[in-house]
Structures are given as C-alpha cells and as structure tokens.
Design a protein around this ligand. Structure first.
Ligand code: MN
Length: 261
C-alpha cells in the first residue's frame, strides 16, 4: 500500500529541470570564491538537470588546450567531467574570452562544443542560444578584433606560439580591453536591437538566451523574448551570479545564486 501510494505521488511529479543555462563565470585561479560558487551550482543544481548549456566566458581567458595541465584548469575540467559522468549532457558555446577552447578540452571535460547561434527545441519551446558578443555590432573596434581572432588562420598562427608567449599576449589584450571599455558608452557595449530582430526572424524563433553583456534581464521585443544571463562575481564586495532554468512544462525562470539556498 505504501509502495502504491508513493508510486502514485511520483507520477504527478513536479516539473523537472530540462536544461540549465549559464554564462560569464570568468573563472580563473584569481577568483576562488566565484569558482567555488560555480562548482556548488554544478554539484547541487546541475545534477538535477538533463542538460547544461554553458553560453560563453566560463573562463576569463583560454590560452589553448595545451594549458589543460594548469591545476586550476584541471579542476574545472574534472568538475565538468564528473557532472557529465553523472548523466548530464553538457553543451558549450564559446565566449569572447574562451573561444580557443578546442576538442582536447572538450574530450577531457566530456562537453559538446556548439556553433552559434545554436537552435534547440526542448519541452515544446524552440530556443536560440548564443554568447552575445557577435550582436554588439555598434562596437566597431571590437567587431574588427573579433573578425581577426575568430579567423582559423589567425588562430593556428597564434596557437603555434609558445604557451608562455600566448599568456603574456592575452594579459596585454585583457589590459587593453579594460582600458577601452572605460571609453565606450553603455549603448555601444550592448546587443544591437536590429541584429536581435534579424535573429528572431531568420531562425523563426521567439526565444533567445544569451550572456556577455552582464545586464541580466528579460526583454519583450517585437520579434520575441530575449533573456540575458547574469555574470558571476563572488570575490568582490557583493556576490552576484545566477542561471536560467527550463522546466519540463517549457517554463523559463531566472535564479540568482543569492536565492538558491
Ligand atoms: Mn563575453
């Protein structure tokens, strides 16, 4: 009787988490609390989901898959792999910081690398997923830089340099990018509304999820609804971070790390 009762209760289960979306962790060995918060999220929340979508800038930078031996990178790889081993499918869209992640890392962490924009249908909802930097077309300097570094020819020349040189070059670029951002207006560093409208139309979708802009929110626009993921920072004065969850009824909800228990 008890067994029967619990089986009945089980069949009317709460909606399950079909997928989790997260981005902009900007992890490195320099942000131990942010890294710990992300690992907690993977172990406590990640394991409840069928799929995890990492939508870019998981790492603050990635110098190449030959940097996989660094202890911090090993740790991230191990945590992702154990989540994958527990049965959660992990998908990865490159960010503007970690676009040099390649198949060697993907194999080691048991993640699947996706091209953006990625279209997926789950729980009856068609979604378009991307990092978001490619839609910030008003930042013309950044778009020029992006075109250069996303070129496979540039990447193979860059990756042929010694790891230490690459790390030094990346440190210089990060410094340059911080300085340049101070000069740019908030509007320039956001996605361009026309680019978003084009995505809704050309892919016949009504839902977009992206990160990159560090301006979390939900925007109802002409073409559809655009969800923006938050960035994470638990090493500063005020902790922030969070994710979006889709449940088996196709409902999307934004969850802050501060309210997740
Ligand atoms: Mn980004």
């Amino acid at each position: 009787m008890d067994a029967h009762t619990s089986a009945t209760a089980g069949s009317k289960a709460q909606p399950r988490t079909v997928a989790l979306f997260v981005s902009d962790l900007h992890l490195s060995a320099d942000v131990p609390r942010t890294s710990a918060a992300f690992f907690d999220f993977l172990q406590n929340t990640g394991t409840q989901a069928k799929a995890l979508y990492l939508l870019g800038d998981v790492f603050e930078y990635w110098a190449g898959d030959d940097d996989l031996d660094a202890p911090f990178n090993q740790k991230v790889c191990t945590v992702l792999r154990s989540l994958a081993d527990s049965g959660v499918q992990i998908f990865w869209i490159a960010g503007n910081r970690d676009f040099l992640v390649g198949q060697k890392f993907a194999m080691a962490a048991r993640i699947s690398l996706l091209q953006e924009p990625h279209i997926v249908t789950m729980a009856g909802q068609k979604l378009l997923l991307l990092h978001g930097d490619a839609q910030c077309i008003d930042d013309t300097d950044y778009m020029k830089f992006r075109a250069r570094v996303r070129d496979p020819a540039w990447q193979s020349v860059f990756l042929a340099r010694p790891l230490a040189d690459r790390k030094a070059l990346i440190a210089g670029m990060r410094e340059g990018s911080r300085a340049a951002q101070k000069e740019k207006s908030m509007a320039i560093m956001d996605v361009n509304p026309t680019e978003i409208k084009k995505l809704f139309r050309s892919h016949s979708v009504e839902l977009i999820i992206h990160g990159h802009t560090h301006r979390p929110g939900m925007h109802l626009t002409e073409g559809g609804t655009r969800y923006v993921l938050p960035d994470w920072d638990c090493d500063g004065d005020t902790a922030r971070g969070g994710w979006i969850a889709m449940d088996s009824d196709g409902k999307l909800s934004s969850v802050s790390i501060l309210n997740s228990g």
